[in-house]
Design a protein around this ligand. Structure first.
Ligand SMILES: Cc1cc2nc3c(=O)[nH]c(=O)nc-3n(C[C@H](O)[C@H](O)[C@H](O)COP(=O)(O)O)c2cc1C
Length: 188
């Protein structure tokens, strides 16, 4: 069984909803299981016992939520010092308001988290441009959600289908790679 740990930081539910949809994609792959934790809940054993680590954050001031940064620095930082998670699979997603239309910091948020996962020694899974939902809910780095429409009215009912499709596909892709690599010691 390949385990995919999804750690998210969400105040208003957007990133949480994306985490749940992504988990559905993971669970749809035979032999794979998603484990959902908030950035405050997730502990070192959760990370070491997983085959893949997916980080999802609300966009705050064009960067990740401080609770996600705290998780990375305090929980993952200790594992990095001990070279404990080299070669696991890593991926990211983000949810912003959508101000500025291009994502208003989603891209920077995902790149910041991907940079952290690279430093941790993970094998990164990104989002191919032919993924379902990519046009509305995808960037090369991963899927993104937005809490507001382009006219800044709130998006009712959470994640629209076309964005949910990108999040779900990301879960499928991460799970496939995690399953293929599970139990193998590939890096250093
Ligand atoms: C302190 C703060 C800073 C924010 N900065 C941004 C931003 O830079 N870009 C953006 O698109 N949205 C920004 N937002 C809006 C959130 O990204 C948006 O509310 C989103 O729904 C957060 O995800 P969540 O629903 O999982 O909490 C900010 C919100 C807060 C509270």
């Amino acid at each position: 069984m390949a385990k995919v740990l999804i750690v998210y930081a969400s105040d208003y539910g957007g990133a949480k909803k994306m985490a749940e949809v992504l988990a559905g994609g993971v669970d749809s792959v035979p032999g794979c299981q998603a484990i959902l934790k908030t950035a405050e809940e997730a502990a070192a054993e959760d990370v070491t016992s997983a085959d893949a680590l997916v980080l999802g954050s609300a966009v705050h001031m064009a960067s990740m939520h401080w609770k996600m940064k705290k998780f990375i620095d305090t929980v993952c930082g200790g594992l990095w010092m001990g070279d404990k998670i080299n070669g696991k699979v890593g991926a990211v997603f983000a949810c912003g308001s959508g101000y500025g239309n291009a994502g208003g910091g989603c891209e920077l948020t995902m790149l910041a988290m991907l940079g952290n996962l690279a430093e941790l020694g993970l094998i990164l899974v990104t989002l191919p441009k032919n993924s379902p939902g990519y046009v509305k809910g995808g960037l090369h780095w991963g899927p993104y959600g937005r809490a507001h429409n382009e006219d800044l009215s709130p998006i009712e009912g959470g994640l629209p289908d076309e964005r949910a499709a990108a999040a779900r596909q990301h879960g499928v892709n991460v799970a496939r790679v995690a399953a293929a690599l599970a139990g193998k010691k590939l890096l250093g």
